[in-house]
Design a protein around this ligand. Structure first.
Ligand code: SF4
Length: 176
């Protein structure tokens, strides 16, 4: 089975992409790197939910330490940008570049992300950031637009069934 490093922003957004990738013949290895999430307690809450889900669904999970400075550095001067704007583009690249680097380090051929499942995000911009990351590392991005085919609706249903914590904002301090 081909392995793919799946960047995950939270358990809710991961549920459908994990099932989808398995159906496509991949073994997803889930990767949690989200220095954009504020405050630390919220980061921990989303992570804990994902850890619980990984035990339930028996998938591999790789966790990076919380490093909010990574996000602060890229958001300087972009604090007042609206959601879906320039700050978000940098935020996508930050997380996807790190994912591509991790995939390279693990000798994996592919990476992808749960970010495309959100109806609040423009998949084209996510794919552009991923392409940049792909060009810097020797790994291929799988451009799955998980919001298609009712992906968001289905992932919400799985989250409800599993009684998952569902956040009310994207992640960074500016999105609260
Ligand atoms: S709104 Fe979301 S995607 Fe945009 S910068 Fe904040 S955390 Fe990142």
């Amino acid at each position: 089975m081909k392995q793919v490093l799946l960047h995950a922003c939270c358990a809710v957004c991961s549920a459908y992409p994990i099932n989808y990738l398995k159906e496509e013949g991949y073994e997803p290895i889930v990767y949690f790197y989200n220095p954009n999430i504020y405050p630390h307690e919220e980061h921990q809450r989303r992570l804990n939910e994902l850890i619980e889900y990984s035990k339930k669904e028996n998938f591999k999970l790789i966790i990076e330490d919380y490093s909010p400075k990574d996000f602060t550095n890229i958001s300087i001067g972009l604090e007042t940008e609206p959601e879906k704007g320039k700050r978000c583009e940098k935020c996508y690249f930050l997380r996807l570049h790190k994912t591509a680097e991790k995939a390279q380090e693990l000798n994996l051929e592919y990476f992808t992300t749960t970010l495309s499942i959100s109806p609040h995000k423009i998949s084209k911009k996510i794919f552009q950031a991923a392409k940049e990351a792909e060009n810097l590392c020797n790994v291929k991005f799988l451009p799955y637009d998980f919001k298609k085919r009712d992906g968001f609706k289905i992932t919400q249903q799985i989250a409800k069934k599993n009684n998952m914590y569902r956040q009310t904002y994207c992640g960074c301090i500016f999105s609260i």
